[in-house]
Design a protein around this ligand. Sequence first.
Ligand code: HEC
Ligand code: HEC
Ligand code: HEC
Length: 386
Amino acid sequence: MSNPKFEKPIFFLLVGGLGCFILSFVVMGLSPWTSLNAVTQAAKSKENPYIEKDGTISSIGRGRKVYIREACWHCHSQFVRPVAGEPYRYGPASEAWESMHDIPQTFGTRRIGPDLSREAGRRSDDWHFAHFYNPRTTTPQSVMPGYPWLFEKSGDAIVPKQEAIDLVAYMQNLGVHYKDQIQSIVYPKFFKVSGFPSGGDIDIDRGRELFVQNCVGCHGDDGRSNERSSKFLRPRAANLVDRYVSPSEAYAILNRGVLGSAMPSFREMPERDLWSLAEYVGKLGESTQENVLSKLDPQKAKKGEVLYKTVCSACHGPSGAGDGPAAMALNPRPKDFTRRIFDPQYLKSILNQGVPGSAMPPFSSMSDENKENISAYVTSLYRKDL
Ligand code: HEC
Ligand code: HEC
Ligand code: HEC
């Protein structure tokens, strides 16, 4: 005897359909819900960065609103996928609790610009301001639009409105828990290179080409830094003509960037290109190197030594290597004089003004003679073999 019910295909379709529905509900609905709950529960101790203690919306929260309003998410994702290559580019894969306060979430789907989930600490605040006003200032070939309406004129200067300040606060909060980890990836702190190009000749023309593509926005067409970027950047972009930076030092700087300044890391570039750039940086300062070393007066340098040891060496180090006892606490770090040479006129202006945006103080009350002696001593610290 057969039950006619079981002979109807509709019965199997119903049971099968319902079964699939229940299975997917459990696998894709219930189980992630419980595991997500466990994750966010564990992260409950992390405060909601978008809300102040008194319940009002914080600067970071307002910045997030600007981010959504300006549709930055059309071009930027905020999700580091757990697949090969991603952690190398952007840091650890995204975790659920990071976006638990994000309603609506801003994962984004397209990456015309880089992923931003680990942006905290990668760039300095002034880098962001210059970049938001006009991305071509910091990144000459960028297709990102400028957002000049987040800024206003104040006399000669262009100053960020509160909205821009909020947006930067938001940027500096993206992946803030990974900040240290990211900085040790992006800017290895004690990274010194004494190596040389790994095979083949260095192509100085390629160096110039890369300089035009990547550096002129901040350092200016002639390498002396330009007015456009120095409106924003403290410290301003280094004048690479009135100083000689040895290629091995330039290579190290290009790898790690200068923490505490807008100078970015270019470690994603192929090694050969980095060396071409490093050689080009050396070339920019070539005439300074020749002129200054040949005119060095050992008599003056001798006189400058005592003064240097009392005033400068706490930061710049007894041998001039930028490693004085106070140095490790400072970002940007004091410059290493064993690997660079400054034009005396330029050095004098630094001693007069200091370097705004860094710990380098002005020494305007020092006599001209002392300035000259110290400057000669600083030059004598240069070591050709490094
Ligand atoms: C048309 C697409 C586009 C839009 C819209 C856009 N960006 Fe970008 N963004 C880019 C591209 C391309 C880059 C890489 C080149 C550069 O650095 O400018 C970039 C770079 C960035 C960077 C630098 C990341 C890093 O550290 O290298 C930040 C920060 C950023 N954008 C934030 C924003 C914010 C905030 C907005 C909205 C106000 C926005 N972007 C809108 C395309 C876009
Ligand atoms: C976003 C602006 C910006 C861009 C782009 C930029 N720089 Fe810089 N650069 C700076 C700033 C600011 C400093 C000053 C850091 C300081 O004073 O410690 C600097 C410093 C340097 C120094 C160190 C000078 C010294 O004596 O320590 C070198 C070398 C250098 N840049 C080379 C380059 C090269 C090459 C490129 C292009 C591949 C480049 N920079 C792109 C802003 C920039
Ligand atoms: C409190 C610490 C400190 C003292 C003291 C100090 N410096 Fe500096 N110096 C710095 C720091 C930090 C920088 C890096 C600034 C930068 O990144 O642009 C610097 C940078 C410099 C530069 C390079 C500026 C440039 O454009 O790259 C010169 C030259 C210099 N110092 C000379 C001296 C001399 C000479 C003395 C002694 C009379 C001295 N400094 C004393 C901290 C110090």
